[in-house]
Design a protein around this ligand. Sequence first.
Ligand SMILES: Nc1ncnc2c1ncn2[C@@H]1O[C@H](COP(=O)(O)OP(=O)(O)O)[C@@H](O)[C@H]1O
Ligand SMILES: O=P(O)(O)OC[C@H]1O[C@](O)(COP(=O)(O)O)[C@@H](O)[C@@H]1O
Length: 300
Amino acid sequence: MIYTVTLNPALDYVIQVDHFRSGVINRTKTEHIFYGGKGINVSCILNELGCSSTALGFTAGFTGQELHRGLTELGIRTDFITCQEGMTRINVKMKSDEETEINGKGPQVTETEFQSLIEKAKQLSEGDWLILSGNIPSSMRSDAYHQILENTPAGVHIVVDAEKDLLLRVLNYHPFLIKPNAEELGQMFDKQLSSDAEIVHYAKELQHMGARNVLVSMAGDGSILVDEKQNVHKMGVGKGTVVNSVGAGDSMVAGFIAGYLKTHDYAYAQKMGTACGSATAFHSGLATYDQIQEVWRMLP
Ligand SMILES: Nc1ncnc2c1ncn2[C@@H]1O[C@H](COP(=O)(O)OP(=O)(O)O)[C@@H](O)[C@H]1O
Ligand SMILES: O=P(O)(O)OC[C@H]1O[C@](O)(COP(=O)(O)O)[C@@H](O)[C@@H]1O
């Protein structure tokens, strides 16, 4: 069974405004609501690819109820912990002459509520997959991922898609996959990475620190995978017009896992990750199965 963890899920309110100006009333040209938060995005793409998963995390208030309702309607199993204080956030993503995002704070998670999540982690079994994605909200203890993994039984495949210290702190749990983007990889070593050779070098550093497979995404430039046998795979992207790249990284993680589960082949997994990442970038919202297939067919 695959479990995704989203500590701070969201409703993503994606709007288009012609020539946004601050300090005056602006009107939207289009508006859509998507179910968001990185682990939720992973669950949604896995669902498109026919892999079932359970979305774990914290929700609250009427927005939390809507998230649960919408995901259930999509056929995604959820096992959220409902917080008593606050509400699931609404993240505003505004497309205008520039793209602007305002991400909410999210509910207050108490220690008791956090312990309920730990209890769920303890129930996982050998062979399960646990995907930890995204940042830890400021209202929560900064070692939340560490705590979850400390309580996860041995033999669970761990995937972590998080920034800097959050990721570095959990490498000793030997995650099966980590997926920093090139900028995040550079930040971990206080370097600006400008060549493939540098990316491979620092990806291998992360392997020395405990990671098994390191997939470094580079937006429109594709990705570099250093697999656990230290083979390096470089892959470009599908051709298309970028509409909205929110969730491209999460889509790539989902595609990689689905591809790996199907074939146990790393190059195939990277290609499936690429198809999902690019397909999401080429459409508004996350990609559908058909959109992923379309990109898949054009990849080498
Ligand atoms: N502009 C783009 N054109 C085509 N594919 C893209 C584009 N942006 C992202 N992708 C695909 O999605 C993957 C993940 O995107 P990236 O932006 O690097 O992730 P993140 O959202 O984690 O920063 C890329 O490796 C690529 O395969
Ligand atoms: O937890 P954060 O850092 O506030 O980010 C949450 C946002 O990230 C997303 O999961 C998208 O992430 P990516 O564009 O990095 O794939 C949105 O759905 C959500 O609004």
